[in-house]
Each structure stands twice: as C-alpha cells, then as structure tokens.
Design a protein around this ligand. Sequence first.
Ligand code: HEC
Ligand code: HEC
Ligand code: HEC
Ligand code: HEC
Ligand code: HEC
Ligand code: HEC
Ligand code: HEC
Length: 375
Amino acid sequence: MDEPSQLLKNKRIFLLIFFFFLWSPPVWSIENNECLDCHGDTSLVRQQSEGMKEGLYVNNSQFILSVHNINGITCVDCHADIEKLEMDKDVPHATSLKSVDCSKCHEAEAKAYVNSVHKKAGGKGITIPCYACHGYHYVSNLEAESVIDRENGFCLKCHNPEKFHSWLPQMDTHFNFVECTVCHAENVPLFVNLRFWDFSKKRFLSGTEILTALKTNSTGFMPLIDKNKDNKIDADEFEQMVFKLRENNVFGTFHGELIVDLVPVVHHVNRGKANRECEQCHNPISPFFEDVVISLNKEDGDTDRHVVDRSVLSTYYVNHFYAIGGTRVRLLDKIGVAIVVGGISVVFGHLLARIVTIPTRTRRKEKEKEKKYGF
Ligand code: HEC
Ligand code: HEC
Ligand code: HEC
Ligand code: HEC
Ligand code: HEC
Ligand code: HEC
Ligand code: HEC
C-alpha cells in the first residue's frame, strides 16, 4: 500500500473514533417505541387555553410509511433536543421543545428556499415553514405520486389558482397534468411522466397495478418489455406493451404529465416569473419533452423510472397533447398550424382573445364534459 492511501486510512480511522465519542450514546438509545408509549395514544392531548386542546398523537402506522422512517430517521433525529427521557416525571422531557430544523438535513433545499416569495414573506411577518407544504410526520416519497398528489395538493392548501389563470384554457386539465412548479419555478429541469388511464376503472392505474395487468413485477418488467435490452422503451416496444395490456383486457390511454425533477431549485417560486407560452409545451420539438419516463412504484414505496423514447409521444397510444393534425382537439390543431406558419404570437393574440371571451357558461359545460371523460 502506498503512503498517501495509508495516511488517508489512518485519518479515516481517527475520524471514526473521533465521531464515535462525539456521538452521545443516550441520543441513539432512544427508540421510537419509547416515544410512542405515550404519543401513540390517541387520547394524549394538552390543554392549550380555555377549551382548546392540542392533540399530541402520532399515528405510527402512517409514520412507518413516511420517507423519513423508510430512510431510518427516528423521532429524536428531528426532535433533537430530547437527549434523554426521565421516566420518573409526568412529562419525561422538556415541555417546550425547540422547533424542528429541517435544514439540518436538507441544507440545499433550505438554501434554495431563500430565493422564493414564500420565504421572503417572512419580511411581512408571514412565516411559511417547510412543513406548511410538506407536512412533517407523514412526508411521502414524492416520486411515487401523481401531479395532484405530488405537489398541486400542497399549493392548493393556500392558493386558489382559478383566480389567476383565466387565460389558460382547460384549466383543470392543465392542473391535473402540469405541476404548478413546472410553470412557476424558474429553470427547473422537467420531464414527461406517462400515466395510464384505465377506461373501465375510470382512473389512473398505479405502477403496481400496471405490473399486475402485465402479469409481471418490478424486476420482471424491463426483461419483458425491453426486448433489445438497450434500457430504453422505444416505440415498438411501447406498442407491444399496450398490446399485452389489451390481451389482459386492460384498455386505456397514456397521458403525459409534466413534472419537475426533484431538485432544490423547485423552491424558486417567485412573483411574475411564470411561464405562459403555450408553444413551449404544445410543440412537437419542445425541449420540455426531451426526457420521457414511465414510473412504476414498487411494493416497498420506492419508484423505478424507466426511460421511454420520446417518439412514443406521437404514437396513437398517448393522448396527443401537441401533435399537429389528427388529434381530437381542434384548438390544438390550430396551435400546431400556428407553429408551422410561424406567426405564432399574432395568431395567439387572436386565439387567446377568443378563449378569454368564452362565456363562463360554456366553460362550465366543458368542465362537465371533462369530468365525464375523467379529467
Ligand atoms: C411518559 C409519556 C411521554 C413520553 C415517553 C414522551 N412524551 Fe412527548 N409529551 C408528553 C406529554 C404529556 C407532552 C405534553 C407536555 C405539555 O404539557 O406541554 C409531550 C409533548 C411533546 C412534544 C410537544 C412539545 C412542544 O414543545 O410543544 C413533542 C414534540 C414530544 N412530546 C415529542 C416526544 C418524543 C420525540 C418522545 C420520545 C423521545 C417523547 N415525546 C416521549 C409525554 C411523553
Ligand atoms: C421529519 C422530522 C420529524 C420526525 C421524524 C418526527 N417529528 Fe414530531 N414533529 C416534527 C415537526 C416539524 C413538528 C411541528 C412542530 C415543531 O416544529 O416542533 C412536530 C411535532 C410533534 C409533536 C407535537 C404535536 C404535533 O403533532 O404537532 C409531537 C408530540 C411529535 N412531533 C412527536 C413525534 C414522535 C413521537 C415522533 C416519532 C414517532 C416524531 N415526532 C417524529 C418533525 C418530526
Ligand atoms: C435527521 C435528518 C432529517 C431531518 C431533520 C429532516 N429530514 Fe427530510 N429526509 C431525510 C432523509 C434521509 C430523507 C430521504 C433521502 C432523501 O430523499 O434525501 C428525507 C426525505 C425528505 C423528503 C422527500 C424527498 C423525496 O425525494 O421524495 C422531503 C419532502 C423531506 N425530507 C422534507 C423534510 C421536512 C419538511 C423536514 C422538517 C419537518 C425534514 N425533511 C427533516 C432526512 C431528514
Ligand atoms: C411553498 C411550498 C414549499 C415549501 C414551503 C417547501 N417546499 Fe420543498 N418542495 C416543494 C415542491 C413543490 C417540491 C417538488 C415536489 C414535486 O414536484 O413533487 C419540493 C421538493 C422538496 C424536496 C425533494 C426535492 C429534493 O431537492 O430532493 C425536499 C427534500 C424538500 N422539498 C425539502 C424542503 C425543505 C427542507 C423546506 C424548508 C426549507 C421546503 N422543502 C419548503 C414545495 C415546498
Ligand atoms: C402555507 C400557505 C402557502 C402554500 C402551501 C403555498 N403558498 Fe404561495 N404564497 C403564500 C403567501 C402567503 C404568498 C404571498 C407572499 C407575499 O405576499 O409576499 C404566496 C405567494 C405566491 C406567489 C406570488 C404571487 C402572489 O400571489 O403573491 C406564487 C406564484 C405562489 N405563491 C405560488 C405557489 C406555489 C406554486 C405553491 C406550491 C408549490 C405555493 N405557492 C404554496 C402562501 C402559500
Ligand atoms: C401553464 C403554466 C402555469 C401553471 C400550470 C400554473 N400557473 Fe400559476 N400562473 C402562471 C402565469 C403565467 C401567471 C401570471 C403571473 C406570473 O407571471 O407569475 C400565474 C399566476 C399565478 C398566481 C398569481 C401570481 C401573481 O404574480 O400575482 C398564483 C398564486 C399562481 N399562479 C399559483 C399557481 C398554482 C397554485 C398552480 C398549480 C395548481 C399554478 N399556478 C399553475 C402560469 C401557470
Ligand atoms: C407547461 C406546459 C404547458 C403550457 C405552457 C400550456 N399547456 Fe396546454 N397542456 C399541457 C399538458 C401536459 C396537457 C395535458 C396532456 C394530456 O392530457 O395528456 C395540456 C392540455 C391542453 C389542452 C387539452 C388537450 C386535451 O387533449 O384534452 C388544451 C386545449 C391546451 N392544453 C391548450 C393550451 C393553450 C392554449 C396554452 C397557452 C395559453 C397552453 N395549453 C399552455 C401543457 C401545457
């Protein structure tokens, strides 16, 4: 062994010993069960003020499924100021604990969050902590969720987007298939995730259900579908997959939902910076559609993302949300034509003016239709 690596090894051993002594044993010895002896009891409440009670119950069966528990984070990793439990006392720990510091473990996200209208609202006395969006005990693995569950649900807790997007036709369809941050977070990497809409069940199938319908499982999926073994599902292979679903009496269509990559810059939401250029998305060569995947959530809550060739987007099996001609949406045909003609902004001004003036009554009718078709 040469000298530098020996040195490195010694240094590592030294660091290990050093950290072992830094790590105070009582902290790691507190297990979740000890907390749940009390906090697992639904009746544990504390009197806030006259007539006001605060629940102190933590639902362990939900906590177990959280991304934190799955990654080995325990109660005291977050409630880090509880160093020991003094079980001879009524309350075995301090009654006013420090607030949990998410940034201790999520430094990059906390840094990105500084550049956002939400963090800046602090200047006006409005504090929006991380958990206003994410929750805390039951934070889910974001990848496995649909647009609505992944994110739009968080934003809708505080905003009513119907107010601000009257220029956007088929608002509900967009909100079902486009994450808020796709338009609202600057420079965030995007991709298209294909989801399968089952005609008879009238809902999207989960990854597990797709696997079941294909009579396979998460390890068997790629060997079954990716015949040429290039780790990518190309248009032919995709077609074969659709046929296999049909053979098993599962009929439906794929929808492309536009989602953001899970990176810290998703937190860069600011005022007046949003994207509203229709042609950025409704355009067959949109840079947004570089990356196409199909996500299959596994039994253990984790997700496999399989790369799909983008040519699949213009096949018959995917709802054509940008293709020129042959689609069921006349408006989009016009958008397509407009792109080809090139005079996009002029045509668009006109189109938009028309859209905006559609009476609300018609829009309501459209909504009913959307509901009927399952959006
Ligand atoms: C013997 C029962 C018991 C055990 C064990 C226990 N707690 Fe508590 N905990 C309580 C009670 C009672 C309160 C309410 C205290 C009060 O009256 O303000 C409380 C309050 C809390 C609060 C709210 C504190 C605040 O600042 O508002 C947190 C957080 C908490 N416990 C976390 C934990 C964690 C984490 C553990 C395990 C390391 C744990 N508790 C173990 C009984 C318990
Ligand atoms: C991912 C971090 C995280 C983990 C893990 C975690 N907590 Fe919490 N907990 C929080 C946050 C954030 C709050 C909200 C108030 C605050 O900042 O302390 C909170 C609040 C609480 C409260 C006050 C009542 C409430 O629900 O608001 C109790 C009691 C509590 N936690 C107990 C527990 C117990 C028991 C566990 C382990 C089973 C646990 N926590 C695990 C972050 C966490
Ligand atoms: C003790 C360290 C620790 C603390 C404190 C902590 N987390 Fe986490 N968090 C993790 C780990 C580890 C993961 C799983 C690995 C990953 O995705 O980074 C995770 C994952 C997440 C995810 C899911 C990311 C994804 O890719 O799906 C979110 C969201 C999240 N944490 C939010 C929070 C919030 C909000 C708080 C504060 C209430 C918090 N975390 C506090 C360690 C922590
Ligand atoms: C205004 C709402 C909001 C607030 C506040 C917020 N987040 Fe997020 N966070 C999001 C959204 C939206 C995503 C992307 C989720 C998606 O697309 O599914 C995200 C993603 C994440 C992820 C996964 C992506 C990654 O970088 O790995 C983590 C971890 C996370 N947030 C932690 C935090 C922490 C820590 C804070 C506080 C400093 C915080 N968030 C505050 C909305 C918020
Ligand atoms: C906890 C409530 C809360 C959540 C959740 C939330 N916001 Fe906000 N948001 C606010 C508040 C409060 C402001 C105004 C801040 C100010 O006045 O400076 C704001 C401001 C904004 C603005 C600037 C325009 C305006 O009206 O001031 C945009 C855009 C925005 N939010 C988008 C989002 C998106 C996208 C999400 C989901 C990722 C989200 N918000 C989640 C509370 C929230
Ligand atoms: C197709 C792109 C797109 C989508 C999807 C979208 N928005 Fe917007 N949004 C915009 C544009 C463009 C504006 C106009 C103001 C601007 O430029 O920020 C706006 C305005 C807003 C405003 C008012 C901002 C201000 O500056 O006054 C809020 C709040 C908001 N959106 C929240 C949301 C939420 C919540 C969602 C998800 C349910 C969402 N948006 C989805 C493009 C979009
Ligand atoms: C950020 C990307 C994005 C932007 C910007 C955007 N759209 Fe969309 N649009 C989508 C997606 C994704 C869908 C749903 C695709 C699906 O159903 O599979 C959609 C659906 C539609 C639909 C319904 C199509 C159908 O098949 O049901 C219409 C109409 C539409 N958009 C028009 C517009 C117009 C007009 C604009 C500009 C004012 C616009 N869109 C801006 C991404 C976008």
